[in-house]
Design a protein around this ligand. Sequence first.
Ligand SMILES: NC(=O)c1ccc[n+]([C@@H]2O[C@H](COP(=O)([O-])OP(=O)(O)OC[C@H]3O[C@@H](n4cnc5c(N)ncnc54)[C@H](OP(=O)(O)O)[C@@H]3O)[C@@H](O)[C@H]2O)c1
Length: 324
Amino acid sequence: MRAIRCHRLDGPDGLALENVTAPAPAEGELTVDVEAAALNFADTLMTRGTYQEKPPLPFTPGLELAGRVRAIGSGVHGFAAGQRVLAVVDHGAFAEVARVRAADAIPLPEAMPAEVAAGFPIAYGTAHGGLEWRARLQPGETLLVNGAAGGVGLTAVEVGRAMGARVIATARGAERLALARAHGAEVTIDTGQADLREAVQAATAGRGVDVVFDPVGGALGEASLRCLAWEGRYLVIGLAAGLPTLKANHLLVKNVSAVGFYWGSYRRHAPDRVQASFEMLFGWWQSGKLRPHVSAVYPLEHVQAALAELEARRSTGKVVLRMS
Ligand SMILES: NC(=O)c1ccc[n+]([C@@H]2O[C@H](COP(=O)([O-])OP(=O)(O)OC[C@H]3O[C@@H](n4cnc5c(N)ncnc54)[C@H](OP(=O)(O)O)[C@@H]3O)[C@@H](O)[C@H]2O)c1
């Protein structure tokens, strides 16, 4: 099979397309004939050795995929060869065949195209889990989403809307803001132009927002914490722009909470919740409440260009690799 392999922790330059032996499933696993795999910001970190998970070299990157079950390992029940699934893996999605823990494979609605399904689980799973389980977003509350044109940010705009919140979105530039509006944001703020706190105060009649969904961090994260209303919740999703410094006095004065959320850990700690979340998200997708945005599809062999697009902040929504 063809697979992308990372030989040096050098970002796109350390990757090569190679022919390798297709894997067989171990106990508790499936192998999947991958139709499409999606890129994540984490791939840019993992291929530079700066992500929390550091697989030994050489490894095949890629964290999420969609395809058909190829072979079923011992002890696995409930799957059939040829069945369409999406799956999340620790790494290994950028290949024609991937090994998947059966617990991390989810049967797919027949109508969902592979390019959409490949980029569905991490972004929508994170948006829904973070907002429901950790931030406890309520209908009628106001939600501020940072990085709202990016992979996970754009899905948080849609999920926030589907949960009944009023959504304020931040991104860089008019085109990216227009995308956030098209996906449900009522108010948009250009992080390259406006003072965030002033713009949020103006949009909320001086009250502030109830929840911040923040995949960006850095100075924007720090400014966002100061946009919260009384009893607001700041949800730490990612650190694309670096670590924000969260000052305890800012938490104290307005009874604000800062809560962390790492969706991947729920696959091990609370798989039933993840399963139930997907059932609901698929329902929302089927009813048209979610409209996954794939901004680019590349053939597998163009993985370097795809990754460079993400690193340069040129992509919107999801970037996907197609195997054939
Ligand atoms: N907690 C979890 O379980 C979880 C799950 C998925 C992702 N994440 C994290 O969430 C973050 C976003 O992931 P993603 O896959 O959605 O990435 P993405 O598609 O690249 O989106 C990141 C967005 O952040 C904005 N940004 C602002 N400053 C940036 C900077 N210095 N470098 C890069 N982007 C910057 C960019 O929008 P503008 O250019 O418009 O500002 C970009 O659209 C990452 O930190 C990722 O690790 C966490």
